[in-house]
Write a protein that binds this ligand. Structure first.
Ligand SMILES: [Zn+2]
Length: 325
């Protein structure tokens, strides 16, 4: 794993003075032509690393990479460039997160969608693992943090892969001496997934983008997402369970449905529930500027998120059993 904590590349916009009035108004970007990051000045790159590295390397893949980048990765990892056989790298804004708002009630940060939830889920399960409630809990609590959600989840280890169903199967078989199909099926039926991804708070400058009776606000609670086309996995039963989880945690919750004339985003919720048959609800902490390189959410919603996860681990079984009545 490598994290280079300095701005080694930058995607620069074109100054508005060099744009026509029409170009300014449309704010259009060609992904192929306009988004290449600038890594350095060519003369420096060529005179430096390239000359030193390429002549001794017999690997075609490495020769095709920018030597200065290979050199930097190698030095960050404390290895030789020749030890790099391949990489998967992503660019991100390295500005640290900051508090914002007149009372510091907002968190400005890169990638809140969906690292904010990863953080809250991880903190919650660590807390739960230390709590006394765990001693008499006969359920299995786990969190799953999936790659590739933003590109459709169809990958070897994304939410569209068999990994979730296999996890339930392997957990079940750990409790059985022989492979027990019946035990697995009933474990699936008793299971419950909270699919938690960030949600869209109502934007004061674009309030009409929200359905008028469903405008979640920042710092006002975790959002329950519902969509009749099942772009979110919530249904009558799972929505009720989620509200009960919130009620038992004494934490506020908000409701979201997308406007009927607006396309709806989706989450891993419907993918997991349709692949596994596990009951699923879609939730999320509200934010603005989703997918901007700097997003914003309310800090109180981090606490609301922690409460919801904690209550889920602690109270789900009781809520589920109450449904049978
Ligand atoms: Zn997203």
């Amino acid at each position: 794993m490598v994290r280079i904590a300095k701005p080694i590349a930058r995607v620069s916009t074109l100054c508005i003075h060099l744009q026509t009035a029409e170009e300014r108004g449309s704010f259009k970007i060609n992904k192929e032509e306009h988004l290449s990051p600038i890594l350095g000045t060519q003369s420096l790159l060529e005179s430096g690393a390239k000359a030193q590295l390429n002549q001794f390397d017999d690997d075609d893949w490495r020769k095709a990479q920018e030597p200065a980048l290979l050199k930097l990765i190698a030095s960050e990892l404390g290895i030789e460039t020749k030890q790099i056989a391949n990489f998967e790298l992503g660019l991100f804004d390295i500005q640290p997160a900051s508090l914002g708002g007149i009372q510091s009630e907002f968190l400005n940060s890169a990638r809140l969608d969906n690292l904010a939830t990863c953080f809250v889920a991880l903190e919650s399960i660590v807390d739960y693992s230390k709590s006394e409630d765990l001693a008499d809990d006969d359920m299995i609590s786990l969190i799953a943090l999936f790659d590739h959600e933003e590109i459709g989840s169809q990958s070897t280890h994304g939410a569209g892969s068999p990994v979730m169903a296999e996890a339930v199967k392997r957990i079940t078989s750990a409790f059985c001496d022989v492979v027990n199909v019946e035990a697995h099926s009933s474990a699936v039926r008793r299971s419950f997934v909270m699919s938690v991804d960030q949600a869209h708070a109502v934007h004061p400058n674009y309030a009409s983008k929200h359905e008028k009776s469903h405008g979640p606000k920042m710092n006002a609670g975790v959002v329950l997402k519902t969509n009749q086309n099942q772009r979110y996995a919530t249904n009558g039963v799972t929505g009720f369970i989620a509200r009960e989880i919130g009620r038992k945690a004494n934490t506020p919750m908000q409701e979201f449905v997308v406007r009927s004339d607006c396309p709806c985003g989706t989450t891993i919720g419907p993918i997991i529930s349709s692949n596994t048959g596990i009951r699923t609800v879609d939730l999320g902490m509200p934010q603005l500027s989703m997918h901007s390189c700097r997003e914003v959410m309310g800090i109180a919603d981090l606490s609301h998120g922690l409460s919801i996860f904690g209550s889920f681990f602690k109270n789900f079984n009781e809520i589920d059993e109450s449904l049978e009545g």
